[in-house]
Design a protein around this ligand. Structure first.
Ligand code: TEU
Ligand code: CA
Length: 560
């Protein structure tokens, strides 16, 4: 088996619409990415995960694809894409593309054909059902509010859309559809890409009867997720994809899997399963949501975060592989969410980076995380663009009559546009992202928080992330060492130990703005330790003993 290079890699996610605009139309583009590859090389990342750049009407900013093998006009041309890939590979940066095959856009030619008639050859590429008592075939809710079914007058049937009504779900039970997906994957792999991130890939197998979900007496909809996540043929489909396509290339794959558990993740990622290399879990991203879902705000309990991440570390310690992330284009900015985007923004961003990057698994950095970009709080819903947010606002404020202030508070804390405000390159207008009018307003803190300022500050979060990445290259214990949580009950510290071939790491993270005392584990007391990294710049060699951590302080000691 070829070396599993993705176990030693650090991945950087680019959301192309918001990364860098090269032609002044206010929309990020591929040439804009190519012009920033030296910046990424300086950071030290190994792989870029590029969110979708395929043709799309942008109902969900490219996650609604109308042609899988054409580049979206706003982003540039196939020649631009080929040049970007060549320039990445010249810099020894690999590229994984976003594979969105649970659904297409309703403007995809397959769907345009499928809805023409019940006996159209493409009918079974999608999931159509007859009305039930004149209503939707079941009680499922869309992730983007409202029913998960849309009625089509022409053929008198409903089609399923777990996401927006412009994102009809593909029918993976239909083998010709699966073959078309595999051909498309080979098209991109034969162009030289190095793998795929797979969008909600554990949704492609649904319960064949599509039964009603559990519905409380006050609920408008039922919970369909047990029937559209991790369905009965999911492993068969992923193994078929692996055998038909992936196993013929030296690539990495990561499956985005809402609702997946660590135990299920073993079946998706263990080597002998020949399915995927790793998965994105959502468990740690749901810990600050109440029973009403993501918009129902709940303070994070650090012990919950420790239990969740430690569970994933232990479950996949000897089989399968973890992906490690705090941020992506769907999640609010971590320094605002689990850190402090005020007085301790820099310290807490560095601490959060330490806590994640010293764990076992492949770390993912989302654009702007490396300079400590924060959430945004636009006053008016008019300033927000994300379909998930706009649909929720319409549903809660306009249809349910909820208070605007309350709904706007949830949007400020959890809205996906927090991650999609344009990358802040410098202190010039619009943060140097565009010379035009940005498609989404830039965070007003760009004069203080931007890449140029970071590159000119030796103490910046950028150089701290650069150091974390280079430590992973230097010490196999970080990549391959065991993981053991310590001080589990401590409400403020997230401390853990790594061990490998006689070496040990002691990783200390203060998740609060107060000074905290800590006790050194038995095995470390009195031992001479080198300080690999600290966000308060301490001295290098110490004799370990109990001590104190400053607000949001992180330290990594190595013994042996
Ligand atoms: O996200 C899947 C998904 O479930 C997310 O929508 C997540 O639950 C929600 O955004 C949390 O707020 C993937 C893509 O990452 C997302 O951008 C797409 O909108 C979605 O699938 C549909 O393709
Ligand atoms: Ca542009």
């Amino acid at each position: 088996m070829t070396k599993q290079w993705w176990k030693e890699s650090v991945v950087y996610q680019i959301y192309p619409r918001s990364f860098n605009d090269s032609n002044g139309d206010g929309i990020g583009d591929i040439q804009g990415i190519t012009s920033k590859l030296d910046y990424l090389k300086e950071l030290g990342i190994d792989v870029v995960w590029l969110s979708p750049v395929y043709e799309s009407p942008n109902d969900d900013n490219g996650y609604d694809i109308s042609h899988y093998q054409k580049i979206m006009n706003e982003f540039g041309t196939m020649a631009d894409w080929e040049e970007m890939l060549e320039e990445m590979h010249k810099r020894d940066i690999k590229l994984i593309m976003d594979l969105v095959v649970n659904h297409t856009s309703d403007e995809h030619p397959w769907f345009i054909e499928s809805k023409k008639s019940k006996d159209n050859p493409y009918r079974d590429y999608y999931i159509w059902r007859s009305p039930q008592n004149g209503h939707e075939p079941n009680n499922w809710e869309s992730v983007f509010s409202g029913p998960a079914w849309e009625y089509d007058e022409q053929t008198g049937e409903y089609y399923l859309h777990i996401f927006s009504k412009k994102q009809p779900d593909l029918n993976w039970e239909h083998q010709p559809l699966r073959e078309e997906v595999y051909d498309m994957m080979k098209f991109w792999l034969d162009k030289g890409i190095d793998g795929f991130r797979m969008d909600v890939i554990n949704f492609i197998s649904k319960h064949p009867e599509l039964p009603d979900g559990e519905q409380g007496p006050k609920d408008t909809f039922g919970d369909g997720s047990p029937y559209f996540m991790n369905g009965p043929r999911i492993h068969e489909f992923l193994h078929e994809m692996n055998q038909e396509v992936l196993s013929n290339y030296d690539v990495m794959t990561v499956g985005e899997m809402p609702g997946v558990t660590p135990e299920q993740a073993i079946d998706y990622t263990a080597d002998h399963r020949d399915e995927l290399n790793m998965v994105f879990t959502f468990e740690h991203m749901d810990l600050d949501s109440g029973s009403g879902g993501k918009w129902d705000l709940k303070p994070l309990q650090l012990t919950d975060l420790k239990d969740t991440l430690a569970h994933w570390q232990k479950a996949l310690e000897s089989q399968g592989w973890n992906s490690l992330y705090w941020n992506n284009h769907d999640q609010p900015r971590i320094v605002s969410r689990f850190g402090d985007d005020g007085a301790y923004r820099v310290e807490s961003a560095k601490m959060l980076g330490t806590c994640l990057h010293m764990m076992k698994g492949t770390p993912y950095i989302y654009q702007g995380e490396e300079i400590g970009m924060t959430n945004v709080s636009f006053a008016s819903i008019e300033d927000y663009k994300d379909i998930e947010t706009l649909n929720m606002y319409k549903d809660k404020v306009e249809e349910q009559g909820q208070a605007v202030e309350e709904v706007m508070k949830s949007i400020h804390v959890k809205g996906r546009d927090n991650a999609r405000t344009p990358m802040q390159w410098d202190a010039s207008e619009h943060g140097g992202f565009t010379t035009g009018t940005p498609w989404l307003r830039v965070n007003p803190n760009y004069p203080e928080i931007n890449a140029e300022a970071a590159l000119n500050d030796p103490q910046s979060i950028f150089y701290y992330y650069q150091a974390l990445i280079s430590l992973r290259k230097q010490y196999d214990i970080i990549v391959y060492g065991s993981f053991d949580l310590i001080d589990r009950d401590h409400e403020s510290l997230f401390n853990y130990v790594r061990e490998y071939q006689g070496e040990k790491l002691l990783v200390l993270n203060n998740f609060t703005g107060e000074e905290q005392s800590y006790q050194v584990p038995e095995a470390f007391i009195g031992k001479e330790a080198s300080l690999l990294i600290s966000n308060y710049g301490h001295k290098n060699v110490v004799e370990l003993g109990d001590g104190f951590l400053q607000p949001y302080e992180a330290r990594v000691y190595k013994i042996g």
